[in-house]
Design a protein around this ligand. Structure first.
Ligand SMILES: Cc1cc2nc3c(=O)[nH]c(=O)nc-3n(C[C@H](O)[C@H](O)[C@H](O)COP(=O)(O)O)c2cc1C
Length: 387
């Protein structure tokens, strides 16, 4: 059994154990991948401020997100096709999150359905919606999420159409995979993945297939998204959707103060400063670079969270110190899932929590709500480089 000490270890195992098309699907950004790279590079430019001779006993990473107690303010982000990284992946990730005490978000584009996850977990999870042109579907999926006890709706506002990821087209990404010769040769070395997949019936888009009139062929993600996703989504539609849901709402995918103001004006309970992990607008700024301006603009009106680029507890600390009330992680837990299933997601969460706890202590901090700008050192002009 390899010794896992950080997220990069999980990423290496993920690569060895998962079919290339699904590993590449996770570990890619759109177009030149500039934004994807800068999400992590920008975190690396920020340094932590060491303090000494501070009593570090009685520390805790506990906090709250949307008024919900969490073991640390880190939620699992919605990730499409999680059930292709590992059989029943969404159920495994949701179980790990529940046991650890952090929120799990199920994507519209998941393999396991809302009902599958609800039947296999007991903590309420969050549901992420991509609105389709089929309004009846939108209504029905919200009803299903409500019936399953989902405690918040995440509306993703930065994907009315898909930023192109070159590798997905070259690999012929589909769920389930089509058995071409290159796929079969690849699968020959990923036999554990194949055996587990043969043992589950969940190999299609569980929230879509059988729920959308004239579903077309959702297995081919890029063309299906282009046809079915609602490109007319605007603030009025978002507000309608929020009213239709009637519960807590998180708006995910905000990168500018103008959009943050609009999002806060809708009455959203939280917003996520996010560039979709560098998968949408290539050339957009990293989330961490725009975070402080958004916190200044709307931090007193709504909870401001951040995702995109978090690979360690140190990154979590940096985001919290710069004003985020919580964060979401995508690839960090997907690496864990692809590496070792449910245990791998737990390991990813443990690694991040331990790094967060140790780094807090070495910064002289004992509680999440005491973290602040004084904990980080930022290069001169970092937040004003671009205008
Ligand atoms: C493989 C993959 C699939 C994703 N699918 C979705 C999705 O279905 N819905 C969504 O709102 N965001 C989706 N995202 C974006 C994540 O929710 C999150 O914003 C992103 O992963 C954060 O960046 P990080 O991976 O660097 O942590 C996806 C991200 C990845 C990596």
């Amino acid at each position: 059994m390899p010794v896992i000490t950080n997220i990069a270890d999980l990423k290496r195992l993920h690569k060895c154990r998962t079919p290339k098309m699904f590993y590449d699907y996770a570990e890619s950004g759109s177009y030149t991948e500039q934004t994807f790279r800068e999400n992590t590079e920008d975190f690396a430019q920020i340094r932590l401020n060491q303090r000494v001779a501070v009593d570090m006993t009685g520390r805790s990473t506990k906090s709250q997100m949307l008024g919900q107690d969490v073991a640390m303010p880190v939620a699992l982000a919605p990730v499409g096709l999680t059930g292709m990284q590992r059989a029943d992946g969404e159920i495994k990730a949701a179980k790990a999150a529940e046991k650890f005490g952090v929120p799990y978000t199920l994507s519209t584009m998941s393999i396991c359905s809302i009902e599958d996850v609800a039947e296999n977990t007991s903590a309420p999870f969050w549901f992420q919606i991509y609105t389709l042109t089929d309004d009846d579907y939108n209504k029905r999926v919200l009803e299903r999420a409500r019936a399953a006890g989902c405690s918040a709706l995440v509306i993703t506002v930065d994907l009315q159409l898909l930023g192109q990821r070159h590798k997905d087209l070259k690999n012929g990404l589909s769920a389930p995979p089509k058995f071409t010769l290159p796929v079969l040769l690849d699968l020959a070395t990923k036999w554990r993945w194949g055996i587990e997949m043969l043992q589950t019936k969940r190999r299609f888009f569980g929230n879509i297939v059988g729920h959308v009139d004239s579903a077309g062929d959702p297995s081919s993600l890029a063309s299906w998204t282009a046809e079915k996703f609602d490109q007319s989504l605007n603030w009025d539609r978002i507000k309608q959707l929020m009213d239709m849901w009637g519960g807590k709402v998180i708006l995910k995918g905000i990168l500018t103060t103008e959009d943050a103001e609009m999002a806060a004006a809708t009455g959203a309970d939280a917003i996520v400063v996010s560039n979709h992990g560098g998968r949408q607008l290539d050339g957009a700024l990293s989330s961490i670079r725009v975070l402080p301006s958004i916190v200044s603009a709307v931090g007193d009106k709504t909870e401001v969270w951040l995702d995109s680029g978090i690979r360690s507890g140190q990154d979590v600390l940096k985001a919290l110190a710069l004003g985020a009330k919580g964060v979401m992680i995508g690839r960090a837990y997907v690496n864990g899932l692809g590496a070792m299933g449910e245990a791998g997601v737990t390991t990813a969460l443990e690694v991040i929590q331990k790094e967060l706890d140790t780094s807090m202590a070495l910064c002289g901090e004992r509680r999440i709500d005491q973290l602040g700008r004084h904990d980080v050192l930022v290069p001169q002009g970092f937040f004003d480089t671009y205008s």
